[in-house]
Design a binder for this molecule. Structure first.
Ligand SMILES: [Zn+2]
Length: 239
């Protein structure tokens, strides 16, 4: 009797799990494409994003530019609380809430297979140290004069590796502090005035990061850029 009841119950369970699996395929399977991912996030309340790109770039977790969301593809397979954290990170109006959501995102392990081997960090070439020191002084001055002294002090280094990009802000990760890099080629080709504008651009990214906003060139970025006096005359590609 007991055995029969047990078998009956197991059968019932199996049938039920078959049903859920079918439902799962329709409703709860992990998204496979950026478009599916976007629909899922919209289901969790995401608004104001028109398109989504999946990336393998290890420096990008979640970034937003002109309505296009870029998310590392490792997040496709993340559990629901992580997907909900992406939405909170993008939608929250309070800094504390954004930072809490970001902690969920940075705590999600991006698998080794998804992460390219990290390159050895680049150091400023000895011949560029004077230039780097001067950019560091400009960082302190801009911070005082245009950001009300709210930004943290970060290392500003000069990069000989950067070719296409003019500058870069890298958030703190894996025990390495945040930093700004300015392309040496950019300084040489376009001159110091333009390089200082690039520095300001990267400082706005630093501000985004420290406020817990996603990095990117969204409306908030443009407003802050205007506030700090970036004129944006040169339409070169700044990262
Ligand atoms: Zn940028």
């Amino acid at each position: 009797m007991v055995l029969r009841a047990l078998i009956g119950r197991l059968r019932g369970l199996r049938a039920a799990s078959r049903d859920t699996r079918q439902l799962a395929l329709e409703f709860h399977g992990p998204p496979r494409t950026g478009a599916e991912f976007l629909v899922r996030l919209q289901g969790f309340g995401l608004r104001g994003v028109r398109a989504m790109t999946l990336t393998r770039n290890r420096s990008v977790m979640v970034s937003l530019t002109d309505g296009t969301l870029r998310v590392h593809r490792a997040f496709l397979a993340a559990p629901e609380p992580v997907h909900r954290a992406i939405v909170r990170f993008l939608m929250a109006s309070r800094r504390a809430e954004r930072l809490a959501a970001r902690r969920v995102l940075t705590g999600y392990p991006i698998g080794d297979e998804e992460r390219r081997a990290p390159r050895a960090p680049e150091r400023t070439h000895p011949d560029d140290e004077k230039l780097a020191a001067s950019l560091g002084e400009w960082h302190a001055r801009y911070n005082r004069e245009r950001f009300g002294g709210t930004l943290r002090r970060v290392t500003v280094r000069v990069s000989r590796r950067m070719r296409a990009r003019l500058g870069h802000y890298a958030p703190a990760q894996q025990g390495r502090p945040a930093e700004i890099a300015i392309s040496r080629r950019h300084v040489r080709r376009h001159g110091v005035a333009e390089a200082l504008e690039t520095l300001l651009h990267e400082m706005v990214h630093q501000w985004q990061d420290e406020q817990g906003h996603p990095l990117g060139h969204d409306r908030r970025f443009r407003e802050k850029s205007r506030d700090v006096g970036i004129v944006g005359r040169a339409k070169r590609v700044v990262d």
